[in-house]
Design a protein around this ligand. Sequence first.
Ligand code: PEP
Length: 255
Amino acid sequence: MKQWVVGNWKMNGSLSMVSDYVPALLDGLLELSGWERSLRVGICPPSPYLGMMASKLTGYPVEVGAQNVHPKPSGAFTGEIAPPMLRELGVDLCLVGHSERRQLFGETDEAVREKLSALLEANLTPIVCVGEVLAEREAGRHLAVVERQVQGALEGLPPERLAGVVLAYEPVWAIGTGKTATPEQANQMHAHIRALLAARFGAGPAAGTPILYGGSVTPDNAGALLAQPDINGTLVGGASLKPATFLPIIQHSLS
Ligand code: PEP
């Protein structure tokens, strides 16, 4: 399986940042010859920059991702963006269930499931984010919480559709805090998620499902995380905002 590296800009950036970032990223990637054979690299900028980012990346094997989507294809949903609209802009990926959306915007497991299904319908790759808060880990409930989120997101998913799904384990206490899960903590959860997938879809499909780790990933800790057997890539917030910190993470993903 290819390793994944996906950057989540959250609500950061500007048109000029997109203009400066894309050529710097592409120049850096050019130095990693053959990277596209073993990696999938994506960037999720805020929605107003998706079209510009996608057009600047046309013809390059770097994918563009949205950070949110509405599950309906059109309709009276003021302020929302539909999956076919993303597709039309040249978007390939979309985050679903990011902890900031769950915590700040009330995104439920049911909403995550609806969005996942709508994205697959529109030929977009959902990156489903799951993860426990600190109190849940301290209470020893982290495995159960993530299990509920994974089962909730994938309930009713036709088995043949799993191949289009990416999961991301992002412990909430590690997001934007500078605290990272240890490689062993992260791998334990990844292995747990994979076992859930295997029980539901079979060992082969489970082994083929990318499970990314996110939460304060930096050039310094990426190597140790990526060395874990069940970690198939990284979802990077803060460190994806500058090619100078994102590129070394991409480089670690190659080795
Ligand atoms: C994220 O936004 O998904 C994330 C993991 O952020 P950070 O890398 O800044 O912790």
